[in-house]
Write a protein that binds this ligand. Structure first.
Ligand code: MRU
Length: 338
């Protein structure tokens, strides 16, 4: 059984430490928002929806102490990772809830909001998964990149939620998981997560996707997202755009799976999405444990942007959006607001 990535246990936030997977299953108990901020920054908890959920619980930890501490926690948590818009969406939801309650009810209100964000994400992924599963043939081979599974969300997963739902609907699904350099979320997390669930999964290096596609061994590419602009341009883990370009070349459908909390209507295109750059040491580290020399210049953007024109459909909990995406996105988001 897959342990929950995020849980509220006896007054504190318990996170599955994703840095130690798959070799060991360890948990971190967070008592303060600062513990949660460090866990997000260092990728103990990662994946756009999971980051938002963890941050919301992080504010609850401080709401126990008082309103100004909870407000400071929102500001601190917002500084952890810039690309996943779910973080800012969740913090905004918690802030708005805080404004509706007196100090005496603050903790219960913030904890309740965090739990609601968590549960809504898990439930939404089940709807998203069913909508995505309908797009897949009965016998299908899927390529995915990074980890957009239960580990990255409130549960079930987005891209991997579609795989689970397809399997539950009786389809035969085989997954090719790209290892996802430099931090190997695909190798460490996706393969582990899917194998726990009995799903046929094969690990491939990121550079092997063209070979897989040209050999006719793929029916679809399905990835998650960290932020989707108003026109459908999508930021996701670095390397995603490469698979999208290849999928377009080889005529393979390229699906993005994401909840509405991943859309950023304020950005007209992907050019404006802030891309996190992480430490060069993540690339410098060699599989042997050694390090490349310091004089090697290294660029390490954590995400790239896939242009909307390369995306076949965006699958959400409220339905599937087809190109041209601008209108479909605007209509789904405005229905959500009423
Ligand atoms: O750096 P990470 O591991 O947080 O990156 C995660 C991804 O890029 C996921 O694909 C994305 O957040 C979607 S998770 C449902």
């Amino acid at each position: 059984m897959l342990p929950p990535a995020i849980s509220w246990v006896e007054g504190h936030l318990r996170l599955l430490d994703q840095r130690s997977l798959p070799t060991s299953v360890e948990f971190i108990d967070c008592e303060r928002a600062e513990d949660v901020a460090v866990a997000i920054k260092t990728l103990a908890v990662r994946g756009a929806p999971a980051i938002g959920i963890a941050a919301a619980y992080g504010v609850a930890l401080e709401a126990r102490t008082g309103r100004s501490q909870a407000v400071a926690a929102c500001d601190r948590l917002a500084l952890t990772r810039p690309t996943a818009v779910n973080l800012f969406w969740a913090l905004r939801r918690v802030r708005e809830r805080m404004e509706t309650v007196p100090d005496s009810g603050l903790f219960d209100a913030v904890l309740g909001e965090a739990a609601a964000i968590h549960e809504e994400d898990r439930e939404g992924n089940i709807s998203l998964g069913r909508a995505g599963a309908d797009l897949l043939p009965d016998d299908c081979r899927v390529l995915t990149h990074c980890n957009a599974g239960a580990l990255a969300t409130g549960g079930h997963g987005t891209a991997l939620g579609i795989v689970r739902s397809a399997r539950d609907a009786g389809k035969r699904v085989k997954v090719y998981a790209c290892e996802t350099r430099p931090l190997l979320q695909g190798a460490r997390l996706t393969v582990w997560e899917l194998v726990q669930d009995g799903i046929d999964t094969t690990l491939v290096c990121d550079s092997m996707s063209a070979s897989l596609m040209s050999s006719g061994r793929l029916d679809a590419v399905i990835v998650g997202a960290d932020r989707i602009a108003a026109n459908g341009d999508t930021a996701n883990k670095i390397g995603t755009c490469t698979h999208a370009v290849l999928a377009s070349h080889f005529g393979i459908p390229f699906y993005v799976a994401a909840p509405l909390s991943t859309f950023d209507r304020s950005l007209t295109s992907g050019d404006a999405i802030p891309i996190e750059e992480r430490s060069a040491d993540e690339v410098r580290r060699l599989p042997s444990g050694g390090m490349l020399p310091d004089y090697y210049s290294i660029w390490n953007p954590a995400f790239d942007v896939t242009g909307a024109s390369l995306i076949t459909a965006i699958i959400t909990e409220k339905g599937v959006i087809l190109p041209p995406f601008g209108e479909g996105i605007a209509s789904l988001l405005s229905r959500q607001e009423v």
